[in-house]
Design a protein around this ligand. Structure first.
Ligand SMILES: C[S@@+](CC[C@H](N)C(=O)[O-])C[C@H]1O[C@@H](n2cnc3c(N)ncnc32)[C@H](O)[C@@H]1O
Length: 333
């Protein structure tokens, strides 16, 4: 009827449902080793199927077409090649390689697709225990981004005078490794729970930094950190996001107690605005965190400020990083 308001098209619905296909294609491409196999070459679907030893070149071609449409690959008459972004980020050895990330995405996708279970039961729908089977592959998958975060941290906070950095909840110790590589006068202590510290130790040895990075099996919640000497910087990347609020308060207090006066506490990870509606990437990632960890989540900036104050630190500054993450930091008076 003329004059009647036009109903809104179901755009949010279409966007939500369509959103799964790029993610699914990316994960399948990573799991099948498509990006590494293509490298700098151009191959037909049949040639790639033969090379990867997969049974179905028709399904592979459908996947490759999806990866073209979603911006990862290019196609011409002679076959498929990595696009610029895939060449930079998805091929092992490339300058921006994000690492063997498939196990991380696979677990996150499992969790978020069964998030209703987590809401219903109050338990993670795809729990990630880092010391259990699959934990090492997950942390190895995070290594490249931890390294990038370490490089970024020493650039953003002037750490030229720092001599002792603590990487708390270090995982693979990528942050400590990158910071020590960037700053020759720096030494580090990398701390994680027993069962994970061994992974960090292996990574540190592989980086040739065993003489400068001490790996310690310890619990950030158990009390003051066993360091022997005060720290100039304590960095926690993606640690508070796997913990609940009461645990975060303890971890921040224990970390702050190990700093010298003037030292820096730096938290890196997904942080929400106080209204919990932004950044949009952190709102999304919050669902992932809650599907993987019993009490983990993206905490608000207000919560961080509260823990920093309780630990006797100055009011923290927040630097928005690309995507879901922020750097939240303050100096100890
Ligand atoms: C998401 S991972 C991040 C690892 C690493 N920082 C990175 O950026 O790749 C969280 C890490 O925190 C560690 N963690 C969890 N609870 C901890 C605790 N109470 N004390 C020390 N480490 C802890 C986990 O074992 C895991 O390695």
């Amino acid at each position: 009827v003329s004059g009647a308001p036009k109903p809104p098209p179901p755009l949010a619905l279409q966007k939500a449902v369509g959103g799964i296909y790029p993610a699914a294609a990316l994960l399948a491409g990573l799991e099948l080793g498509v990006f590494d196999a293509l490298g700098a070459r151009r191959l037909s679907a049949e040639a790639l199927a033969a090379e990867r030893g997969v049974a179905d070149a028709i399904r592979l071609a459908a996947l490759l077409d999806a990866l073209v449409v979603h911006g990862f690959l290019e196609r011409d008459a002679s076959g498929y090649a990595n696009g610029a972004e895939a060449r930079r980020y998805l091929v092992a050895g490339a300058p921006g390689f994000i690492g063997p990330i498939a196990p991380v995405y696979a677990q996150i996708f499992r969790g978020v697709l069964s998030f209703a279970d987590a809401v219903r039961t109050g338990r993670p729908s795809a729990e990630r225990d880092f010391a259990a089977e699959g934990g090492a592959a997950f942390l190895d998958g995070l290594h490249a981004t931890a390294v990038a975060a370490g490089r970024d941290l020493v650039r953003r906070l002037d750490l030229a005078e720092a001599r002792h950095l603590v990487d708390l909840g270090c995982g693979s110790a990528g942050l400590a490794i990158a910071a020590c590589e960037a700053l020759p006068a720096l030494a580090a202590t990398a701390i994680d729970l027993p069962g994970v510290a061994e992974l960090a130790q292996a990574r540190v040895a592989r980086a040739g930094l065993a003489s400068r990075i001490a790996v310690v099996a310890g619990d950030a919640l158990a009390g003051p950190l066993a360091l022997g000497r005060p720290a100039d910087v304590v960095a926690m990347r993606a640690l508070l996001q796997v913990l609940g609020p009461a645990e975060c308060r303890k971890a921040v207090t224990n970390a702050a107690a190990s700093l010298r006066s003037g030292g820096i506490l730096a938290v890196i990870g997904a942080v929400l605005d106080d209204d919990s509606l932004a950044p949009v990437e952190a709102v999304g990632f919050n669902i992932a965190l809650m599907s993987l960890f019993p009490a983990g989540r993206a905490h608000t900036m207000h919560a961080h400020a509260d823990w920093f104050a309780a630990a006797g630190l100055g009011s923290p500054e927040r630097v928005a990083l690309p995507g879901a993450n922020s750097l939240v930091w303050a100096r100890k008076p």
